[in-house]
Design a protein around this ligand. Structure first.
Ligand code: HEM
Length: 505
């Protein structure tokens, strides 16, 4: 009995030492993690003082965020932090910081934040479209598919070049026959026709009422993205559950998804597996191929969202760039004259421009690049999110931090551009007048999430711009004031309305 008691007390003391050791180790490990974490957090980027609940939201001008971020970066540096309610946000400014994040640490910065405010449109964690898709297998599958399918249907090839050239011809005819020129609507319809026919296999006449409605709805949907309200609804999504709120606040976004759904339903009726003629057909083929029970992003619901994404990304950006192009030609007649001279020398007046001409037109090419740089079309890019804890320029940025890439500050980075705040095509020309690429030219962003439609956009910009200038001289109508050079912001940065006179050459 005594031996048993001794054995028991030995065991008890053994267990208690083990427990003490375990406890000490746990405390030590927790302490280690805590010290490491607080050391890391002490290197979190600086920023303005955060208020309870609101964070730093009152410091941000959501109608001109890039200008506001430029101001804040003067005070807090190129990498600074904000707090949108309870969400950590880090803003990257200038070429070095943006390049380090998107190129050197491409995967760390490749994620996108989750947007609860789009749930009422059908976006959710299993059906994310393409643009706001989280970094992972579904995004990879869709990005790869979209790139290869758009290439199959001509992106970067002669077949699409011919189609854009033909559309440019329709645009020039519309310009010459319109009085009181609704130039923006016409450009938007020409650009929309290109992406519409790639996605849905047809184009519209510019006076088609259905087309007019489609273009109008997508334009209004973009405006619903502006300002403080969308931000608030994202951070406090239960507000969207209040009956009537989504219908009121996002009525055009809802209308755009229903319209695309309608178009796709009609498309499905004529779909033939042996005759794949556009992006939608190719996607439906993938849906058909998918075996039951296999997890995939090729679903009918996702097709609708991907199609909405392609159409909205492919329309507004190129349209806005071309509107800046016409405006800068009005404001800089000497640049317009030099472009005219180059067109006359290289292309003449009797044939349409083609992509081979680009190599022989360094000045026009430089002007188009400068339009993109100075026009600053997508000034704060699209939001990214850190995929894991990471370091940038000596700062610690934890996983799941929302990242804003201030592309405007790259395109106007004072350490890179000779005249960042002037329209100066010579930025892209060497001493012999030859075209030069510039590394800080990032209008399409960079890294894993960079613009998927860059090749298409470049083709559109060159062919539409040279075709318009081959046909017309643009000037401000006599009775009109000189147009403003600054613009407004709604995801894209677009010019204030202006009047033009297009004189046939
Ligand atoms: C001048 C025209 C254009 C500009 C300036 C532009 C610019 C951009 C920018 C800045 C981004 C965000 C990249 C990032 O998150 O870092 C983007 C993404 C995207 N763009 Fe464009 N874009 C243009 C035209 C187009 C066109 C014609 C299409 C149509 C195919 C398109 C499709 C997309 C898509 C699908 C994404 C999302 C890519 C992803 O998240 O993986 N864009 N674009």
């Amino acid at each position: 009995m005594e031996r048993l008691f001794r054995l028991w007390s030995q065991l008890a003391s053994y267990w208690s030492s083990l427990l003490t050791l375990g406890f000490s180790l746990t405390v030590f490990a927790l302490l280690f993690v805590f010290i490491k974490r607080s050391r890391s957090w002490s290197r979190y980027p600086p920023g303005p003082t955060s208020l309870p609940f609101l964070g730093t939201i009152l410091q941000v001008n959501f109608y001109n965020p890039h200008l506001c971020f430029n101001q804040l970066s003067k005070k807090f540096g190129n990498v600074f932090s904000l707090q949108y309610f309870w969400t950590n946000v880090v803003v990257l400014n200038g070429y070095e910081a943006v390049k380090d994040a998107l190129v050197q640490k491409a995967e760390d910065f490749a994620d996108r934040p989750y947007f609860p405010r789009y749930e009422h449109l059908g976006y959710n964690k299993r059906c994310e479209g393409l643009i706001i898709s989280r970094y992972g297998p579904a995004w990879r599958e869709q990005r790869r598919f979209a790139l290869s399918t758009l290439k199959n249907f001509g992106m970067g090839k002669k077949s699409l070049e011919n189609q854009i050239s033909q559309e440019a011809g329709f645009l020039c005819s519309a310009f010459s026959s319109s009085s009181g020129l609704p130039y923006k609507q016409l450009i938007k319809k020409a650009v929309s026709n290109v992406i519409y026919s790639l996605t849905f296999g047809e184009r519209f006449d510019y006076d088609d009422e259905k087309f007019q409605r489609l273009v109008e709805i997508f334009q209004q949907a973009m405006k619903e993205e502006t300002g403080f309200l969308p931000q608030l609804l994202n951070e406090v999504p239960f507000l969207l559950r209040i009956p009537g709120v989504p219908q009121k606040v996002f009525q055009y976004q809802r209308a755009s998804v229903s319209l695309v759904d309608e178009i796709l339903n009609k498309h499905k009726e004529t779909w033939e597996s042996t005759h794949i003629k556009d992006f939608t057909d190719a996607f439906l083929q993938e849906v058909e191929k998918t075996k039951e029970g296999v997890e995939t992003s090729f679903t009918y619901e996702n097709l609708c969202l991907v199609a909405v994404d392609l159409f909205s990304a492919g329309t507004e950006t190129s349209t806005t760039t071309l509107c800046w192009a016409v405006l800068y030609m009005l404001l800089h007649p000497e640049v317009q004259r030099k472009v005219h001279e180059e067109i006359d020398k290289v292309i003449g007046r009797d044939r349409s421009p083609n992509m081979l001409d680009q190599a022989n037109m360094p000045y026009t090419n430089a002007v188009i690049h400068e339009i993109q740089r100075y026009g600053d079309i997508v000034p704060i890019g699209l939001p990214h999110m850190t995929y894991r804890d990471t370091e940038l320029q000596g700062f610690f940025i934890p996983k799941d931090t929302v990242i804003i890439t201030n592309l405007s500050s790259v395109l106007k980075d004072e350490t890179f551009w000779e005249k960042p705040h002037q329209f100066y095509p010579e930025h892209f020309l060497d001493a012999d007048g030859q075209f030069v690429k510039r590394e800080a030219f990032l209008p399409f962003s960079a890294g894993r999430r960079m613009c998927l439609g860059e090749q298409l956009a470049r083709m559109e910009l060159f062919l539409f711009f040279t075709s318009l200038l081959q046909c017309f001289t643009f000037q401000v109508p006599e009775d009109q004031p000189r147009p403003r050079e600054d613009g407004s912001f709604a995801i894209t940065h677009f010019p204030h309305p202006y009047q033009i006179q297009a004189i046939l050459r």
